[in-house]
Design a protein around this ligand. Structure first.
Ligand SMILES: *[C@@H]1O[C@H](CO)[C@@H](O)[C@H](O)[C@H]1NC(C)=O
Ligand SMILES: *[C@@H]1O[C@H](CO)[C@@H](O)[C@H](O)[C@H]1NC(C)=O
Ligand SMILES: *[C@@H]1O[C@H](CO)[C@@H](O)[C@H](O)[C@H]1NC(C)=O
Ligand SMILES: *[C@@H]1O[C@H](CO)[C@@H](O)[C@H](O)[C@H]1NC(C)=O
Length: 396
């Protein structure tokens, strides 16, 4: 009797599972409906059950008989402002890597022509190359990547201000494309081409938005740890990972992608464009993929995911890279944070607070650790706080 009951139970379970599975499969094929939940279920099913992104390689490859620079191609635009020697400045002399001009990190900040205040705040804080050299003993190169102002009327004024700014700081890289949301992929291509052409010796390459706060010393320490544990880092692509995200089909969305551009229910995994790091070998692979691939996918993070997938590179999660949101302001967070998004105006005050020596003191020792873990659980795990980092970050 008991055995019978168990058997029925088991049968029902199997039945339920198969039904669920069949439903999921159905959703994958059911393209017309674009409901938030449906598209996510469909996408996760695709990502975790079918998971074949073989099509990327063939669908995005540019015709072999293409002419470089022709329309629709992965076009590269001419440089308006450039600094080809940026990574070779300071080469020579000295006995160690630092003095020989070894480039540890090449850091691209995606900026827009009119955002000069953000650029200035970055130069004065986490983008200060002198600070990283003297405090962290590594060479970091920070360059701002831009297109041209999209408004024809304002362009001449903005452009001459940019030229003056570049005369003062020598850290702008500009190409002749309109600096718009839908041209972000052109900006991504600019970064990987520039890195390949002028700074291929960099150990790591980072891309960040101009409203991102980068805790540069935590980042450098993290990358140095990877280097010392792996003897030369390969295949690294780290950030806040989006797994199996569905394309948005609602026409009113900023991220709308039509079926003609991307007909499949799920994107390959990618890191949030707000801030991610790749090792030098991955930067080279992405560069080669941008030459071979159609760049009409205008969401730059997704385009990066497509290139990486085709080259066999997968993104890794680090809980202290943020996606969309701002990190909580607290010394126990500052001790570990790497990036935080949405800092258009408070970069200077955050920099002072986050690099203050008291941050290390407060969280050191057994009691400090216990205290900070408790604070982080409060800040990251309780539902009523809007959290940037996942709850898991509280326990690292
Ligand atoms: C790139 O893809 C777009 C959209 O799918 C298409 O219209 C265009 O012709 C493609 N370009 C090349 C060079 O294959
Ligand atoms: C950059 O850092 C150096 C060394 O810490 C400091 O002397 C300098 O004032 C900083 N520059 C800016 C623009 O803040
Ligand atoms: C991207 O830039 C190019 C070159 O300036 C321009 O022709 C094109 O319209 C821009 N695309 C968008 C979507 O802004
Ligand atoms: C296609 O994929 C293979 C391995 O996954 C890779 O080696 C090759 O470069 C890819 N092709 C293109 C055009 O990127």
């Amino acid at each position: 009797m008991f055995m019978n009951f168990r058997r029925i139970h088991k049968c029902q379970c199997v039945q339920l599972l198969t039904t669920g599975l069949a439903l999921c499969m159905l959703m994958v094929c059911w393209e017309e409906v674009d409901h938030h939940v449906v598209s996510h279920v469909r996408s996760y099913t695709y990502r975790y059950l079918i998971n074949s992104y073989d099509f990327l390689n063939s669908s995005f490859a540019i015709n072999s008989k293409h002419h470089p620079g022709s329309a629709g191609d992965s076009v590269t635009y001419p440089y308006l402002i450039n600094h080809p020697g940026k990574c070779s400045v300071g080469v020579g002399g000295g006995s160690n890597a630092l003095e020989q001009g070894d480039i540890f990190l090449l850091l691209f900040v995606k900026s827009s022509p009119e955002n000069w205040e953000r650029r200035q705040a970055i130069r004065d804080t986490w983008g200060n190359e002198t600070y990283t050299r003297s405090h962290l003993q590594v060479n970091v190169r920070v360059v701002f990547v831009l297109g041209v102002h999209p408004d024809v009327k304002q362009r001449p004024k903005v452009q001459s201000a940019l030229l003056q700014e570049d005369k003062d700081y020598g850290d702008l890289i500009q190409q002749d494309f309109l600096d718009t949301f839908h041209n972000l992929t052109a900006k991504l291509i600019l970064q990987f081409h520039w890195a390949h052409q002028y700074c291929s010796q960099a150990h790591f390459v980072m891309s960040a938005d101009d409203d991102v706060f980068v805790h540069i010393s935590n980042l450098v320490k993290y990358l140095q740890q990877l280097q010392s544990s792996q003897k030369g880092v390969k295949d690294l692509w780290v950030g806040h990972v989006h797994r199996g995200a569905p394309p948005v089909r609602r026409k009113d969305s900023k991220y709308h992608v039509p079926y003609q551009l991307y007909p499949w229910p799920s994107y390959p995994d990618y890191t949030a464009g707000a801030g991610y790091v790749v090792s030098g070998d991955v930067a080279a692979k992405i560069y080669h993929a941008t030459l071979a691939f159609n760049s009409s996918m205008y969401i730059d993070d997704v385009f990066m995911g497509i290139c990486a997938k085709a080259m066999g590179v997968s993104p890794q999660e680090n809980v202290y890279f943020s996606g969309e949101a701002k990190a909580p302001y607290h010394p126990c967070i500052y001790k570990h944070m790497i990036t935080s998004h949405g800092h258009a105006t408070d970069v200077r005050s955050l920099w002072l607070a986050a690099t203050d020596p008291s941050v290390q003191e407060q969280s050191s020792g057994f009691m400090g650790n216990v205290y900070c873990t408790a604070v982080r659980v409060m800040l990251l795990c309780l539902p009523h706080y809007q959290s940037t980092y996942s709850c898991m970050a509280a326990f690292t």
